[in-house]
Design a protein around this ligand. Structure first.
Ligand code: SAH
Length: 237
């Protein structure tokens, strides 16, 4: 899966996607034991500022019709999109059939369809390129959505100052659905996503003079009981 993020703050996002599980998933895995070799994901960044044509590299302007805030220009974003995936799209020139890849374009917007685990699975299954367009200020000129046939997507019923966190949330959860991104241990954790609390050493901690001990069932070694406990059998806790 290739993620293409169009954002005014690529370095902010890259700090996150280069770390830990996502960072590893972008490296070539040549290990003998690796189930899926090679890079599992790629994350590329495009700054609309680099696709402006004026000397001030202006990316936003006042909204038509008045109102507060600034709106991001459509054209630098459209040029960034062309650079990212233009060559993979059916209607572009000089594209041989085998170069045509499944491209999905998503615009971060608090008014869009709400992103869920189901959507994460759908994206991982259906597409090989996911373009995530992050807004700032009052948002993005509406013609971007129209021109690219993009979908608005929200990560929840609250308003953030920009689309960077939403884009990262989507990259993170879609990546977890891609074979080989999670190690065996973490995959097990995935299957238990809906299970209860987890604990690690030490068995007892003391905080402000009060003792907190791990549920007994988890330390006694009865694996059947442990499984039922994890499946949420509350009578066991
Ligand atoms: N008044 C604007 C809000 C802009 S918030 C509106 O109604 O659309 C600034 C940017 O942050 C948006 O362009 C969007 O990219 C991002 N954003 C804010 N909250 C978000 C959310 N819950 N989900 C996805 N993107 C969000």
């Amino acid at each position: 899966m290739q993620f293409h993020v169009i954002t005014l703050f690529p370095e902010v996002c890259a700090a996150y996607t280069d770390a830990s599980v996502l960072g590893r998933a972008q490296k070539t895995d040549k290990g003998k034991g690796a189930k899926v070799r090679g890079k599992k994901i790629e994350v590329k960044y495009y700054n609309p500022r680099d696709f402006t044509k004026d000397k001030h590299k202006k990316t936003d302007d006042k909204p038509y019709g008045g109102g507060p805030g600034m709106v991001m220009y459509a054209e630098p974003i459209l040029r960034a999109w062309d650079k990212a995936v233009g060559k993979h799209v059916r209607n572009s020139k000089n594209v041989g059939k085998k170069d045509q890849k499944k491209v999905k374009t998503v615009i971060m917007s608090p008014r869009g369809r709400v992103f869920t685990q189901e959507v994460a699975k759908e994206f991982a299954r259906e597409y090989s390129h996911l373009v995530l367009i992050s807004g700032r200020y009052e948002g993005i000129d509406g013609r971007v959505k129209e021109a690219l046939g993009a979908e608005d997507m929200s990560i929840g019923d609250y308003i953030l100052t920009g689309g960077e966190l939403p884009a990262l949330a989507i990259i993170d959860s879609v990546s977890r659905q891609i074979p080989g991104v999670l190690g065996t241990f973490e995959s097990l954790e995935d299957a238990r996503a809906t299970s209860g609390e987890t604990y690690t050493r030490p068995e007892t901690i003391v905080y402000k003079k009060k003792k907190y001990t791990v549920p007994k069932i988890l330390t006694e070694g009865n694996h059947k009981l442990i499984e039922s406990y994890r499946k949420g059998d509350a009578s066991l806790s």
